[in-house]
Design a protein around this ligand. Structure first.
Ligand code: FA5
Ligand code: MG
Length: 381
């Protein structure tokens, strides 16, 4: 492996030596580009759209539940498999545990893939109302609303029996109704009016479970997951008699709607034409794109192997093109008589900050073809 440049960092008061993390452990699948994002904590910058949004959500909770919610935004993103999965009841065979979906430091340690990783421990420590904001990491697809590092805010509220006993509904319905009211109120606080809808879904740690979608850029975009906490989680934290709700907000997605930010890569931009447009505490403003540079499309076809996955392809693309990769999209897919399957991917290259030259893009595409063939064991057509 390549060694990394930065050798130490401090997160959540814990000093971590980067040399200690990137070691030759065969289970480590964290590329340097991801590694470099550790400790950046965009959500703790008050001038950054994610920090502005976090503070606006804090305002909503402070107004509606004075002094109730404990806030954490500095918990270390390197967590155990136990915290990230076991303690929130993610089944042993769930896809999210795979090396294809999650970044492993070693077989027992991951970069958290959600802020839910902190739920159980905080409950055990006696917290009953809390918000946890942090950077989370996932191997994922490439497009304007997906990025391998993004930010979530977790919210948990525990109810005592007397809070629902008089209400005429059972504990679960009481929590579910309260949850939806709370999140709809939050959406009004942030957006005023916005078109949204609830969708039923599944999470291992909640039941019932819901997602909230907002209409943005001509389609429905999922912005959060939530639900009534599985009783088993409460039981393990010594709260058999309680009921609770939990949510996990995708901060980038909400900020995209709030500030009219068209592409998720912009959150990482250090171009001052981006950064200078935001200021602490200012929610209302809309981002003005600096002139939009044209995208360049390149297609690539290959016969896939059994082990081929789209996430692996995206990792290779990001490794070569970094944030110049705007989208990776499957545009053709067929299986021939011999049973061989061919995929054609269209890769959109575009910089948010400048025009790219033909030469530069051709160069990227050639490197990509070479690495796709070598690393993914596919046969180019
Ligand atoms: C979760 O992560 C659950 N832990 C949320 C939750 C918490 C449910 C508590 C119930 C109780 P999900 O994988 O759907 O759920 O992600 C939550 C949100 O993160 C999504 O709605 C989306 O807004 C955002 N998100 C997911 N993947 C990405 C990505 N690659 N880039 C940017 N945002 C993403
Ligand atoms: Mg989801």
């Amino acid at each position: 492996r390549q060694s990394v440049v930065v050798s130490a960092l401090e997160i959540g008061g814990v000093n971590i030596s980067k040399d200690e993390i990137v070691r030759d452990d065969p289970t480590n699948n964290i590329p340097d580009t991801i590694f470099a994002k550790l400790g950046m904590q965009l959500h703790r910058r008050n001038q950054h759209p994610l920090g502005i949004l976090k503070n606006a959500i804090y305002d909503y909770f402070d107004t509606n539940y004075p002094d109730k919610f404990d806030k954490f935004d500095d918990l270390c993103p390197i967590v155990s498999v136990k915290q990230n999965f076991d303690e929130v009841l993610v089944p042993a065979d769930h896809v999210s545990r795979s090396y294809n979906d999650t970044y492993y430091v070693d077989s027992q340690t991951v970069l958290r893939c959600h802020t839910s990783a902190h739920q159980a421990e905080l409950l055990r420590n006696g917290h009953t109302h809390f918000l946890v904001t942090g950077d989370v990491y996932r191997r994922d697809s490439i497009d304007s609303t997906h990025y391998p590092v993004f930010h979530q805010m977790e919210g948990v509220r525990v109810f005592a029996p007397n809070e629902w006993e008089g209400s005429g509904t059972d504990a679960t319905s009481h929590a579910a109704e309260d949850l939806k009211k709370c999140l709809e109120g939050l959406a009004r606080h942030l957006f005023g009016g916005v078109e949204m809808r609830w969708v039923d879904t599944y999470f291992p740690f909640t039941n019932p479970s819901f997602e909230l979608e907002i209409y943005f850029q001509d389609q429905w975009m999922e912005v959060l997951g939530c639900g009534v906490t599985e009783q088993e989680i409460l039981k393990r934290s010594g709260r058999t008699d309680n009921v609770a709700w939990a949510f996990g907000l995708g901060l980038e997605r909400l900020a995209m709607v709030l500030f009219d930010i068209p592409d998720i890569r912009l959150f990482w931009s250090t171009d001052e034409r981006f950064t200078s447009q935001f200021s602490s505490g200012r929610l209302g403003l809309k981002f003005k794109p600096f002139s939009k540079y044209p995208p360049c499309y390149k297609d690539m076809s290959f016969w896939i192997s059994d082990s081929f996955t789209e996430n692996n392809l995206c990792e290779v693309v990001r490794g070569i093109a970094g944030d110049l990769a705007e989208e990776v999209k499957l545009i053709d897919n067929f299986t021939n008589k011999k049973g061989m399957t061919s995929h054609c991917y269209r890769i959109a290259y575009r910089s948010m900050e400048r025009s790219l030259t033909d030469e530069e893009i051709n160069d990227l595409q050639w490197k990509l073809r070479e690495q796709v063939e070598n690393k993914l064991k596919v046969v180019l057509r």
